[in-house]
Design a protein around this ligand. Structure first.
Ligand code: NAD
Ligand code: ZN
Ligand code: ZN
Length: 347
């Protein structure tokens, strides 16, 4: 088969590799019908994720058809259309039993396209198939369901639910990439009074208006703290969500929150960020962090298939599988190309 193989920082190729085979009796082999690229794949390409080594097939999001299953797989059958989630779950360890699948101790967690070969290929081996795949609901398109593999649960769980968004809240979202936009879309479900999107790129702020933000702030030109203060009688946001992953945006998210407010960090941070405890100790704030667990996947699948969430809005570009190099280029130059999510399909 062909696959997108990582060959060290800055080097990758769509090349011929051996077909994946069943290794454990709980595995499934899935034919990839639709697949996308994540911002995290760009981090890997820069060399920011050293656990990913030369020869690894990238990708942790896919929709496809089950080809074969091991003898221990009970619920998934060849011919089933399934969502392959970014998080794999053994289903039996302490953390899986409390729905904390991202922290799986039994060999799951974020492994696809990281510690084992991933989905950016014609076929993928999915461990713990019963607990790591989800049936695609009838009538849903591959493209809609693909958005539930990573970005929608990440924005919803780590942003909206960890941030405890309530009706009437003022919600500030710092960063309007696919993850920040997912958080805005998820926050809308709770009828906040305002969603304020904050980003340096006007193209991303334009997108934010389509994803539920009613106020947009370019913090390269405007003072986000002053905008939030005006809106809240000087108090600050009820919930502020960080969806960038650099020290300045974490510190901004904290500064935007009101006393008693929630600050939900989603961004992957590579450098230390300062928590000004000398200011915050007295303000009763709650700060949360997290890796997505995907425990909301069944809920999100229902919301997407009933059009309560319009997942297709994320998809800005289409390619076939053998156009992976172009797809990475377009996705990697998002500020110029306007890319949010690119979808590659079997032709
Ligand atoms: N916690 C998790 O489980 C999880 C899962 C997936 C992704 N992530 C992380 O979420 C973050 C966002 O992902 P994404 O795919 O949306 O990324 P992205 O790069 O597409 O979007 C980031 C946005 O932040 C904006 N930005 C950059 N610097 C800024 C600043 N100083 N002020 C305001 N805006 C700024 C950029 O213009 C861009 O629009 C990343 O750090 C990613 O690694 C976390
Ligand atoms: Zn991802
Ligand atoms: Zn587990």
């Amino acid at each position: 088969m062909r696959a997108l193989v990582y060959h060290g920082p800055g080097r990758k190729a769509w090349e011929e590799v051996p077909d994946p085979v069943l290794q454990d009796d709980t595995d499934a082999i899935v034919r990839v019908d639709a697949v996308t690229i994540c911002g995290t794949d760009l981090h890997i390409m820069k060399g920011d994720v050293p656990e990913v080594t030369d020869g690894r097939i990238l990708g942790h999001e896919a929709v496809g058809m089950v080809e074969s299953v091991g003898s221990g797989v009970k619920n998934v059958r060849p011919g089933d259309r399934v969502l392959v989630s970014c998080i794999t779950s053994c289903g039996a360890c302490r953390f899986c039993r409390e729905g904390r699948y991202g922290q799986c101790l039994g060999g799951g967690g974020w492994i696809l396209g990281h510690l084992i070969d991933g989905t950016q290929a014609e076929y993928v081996r999915v461990p713990f198939a019963d607990t790591s795949t989800y049936p695609v609901p009838d009538g849903a398109t591959d493209e809609q369901i693909l958005m539930v593999a990573d970005i929608l649960p990440t924005g919803y769980e780590v942003g909206v639910l960890n941030g405890a968004v309530q009706p009437g809240d003022v919600v500030a979202v710092v960063g309007a990439g696919p993850i920040g936009l997912s958080a805005m879309m998820g926050a809308r479900l709770f009828s906040p009074s305002h969603i304020v999107a904050i980003d340096l790129a006007d193209s991303r702020l334009d997108a934010a208006k389509q994803f539920g933000a009613d106020i947009v702030v370019n913090n390269g030109r405007e003072d986000a703290k002053a905008v939030i203060a005006d809106l809240t009688g000087g108090l600050g946001a009820d919930v502020s969500i960080e969806a960038v992953g650099v020290p300045a945006t974490f510190e901004l998210a904290v500064a935007l929150s009101r006393p008693g407010g929630h600050i939900a960090n989603i961004g992957v941070h590579g450098e230390p960020a300062t928590l000004h405890l000398e200011e915050q100790w007295i303000r009763d704030v709650t700060i949360t962090t997290g890796l997505v667990d995907t425990y909301t996947t069944p809920t999100l699948l229902r919301l997407v298939t009933t059009n309560q969430l319009d997942a297709t809005k994320f998809v800005t570009h289409h390619f076939s599988l053998d156009e992976f190099e172009e797809a990475y280029d377009v996705f990697g130059r998002a500020a110029d190309t306007g890319a949010l999510k690119v979808v590659l399909t079997r032709s």
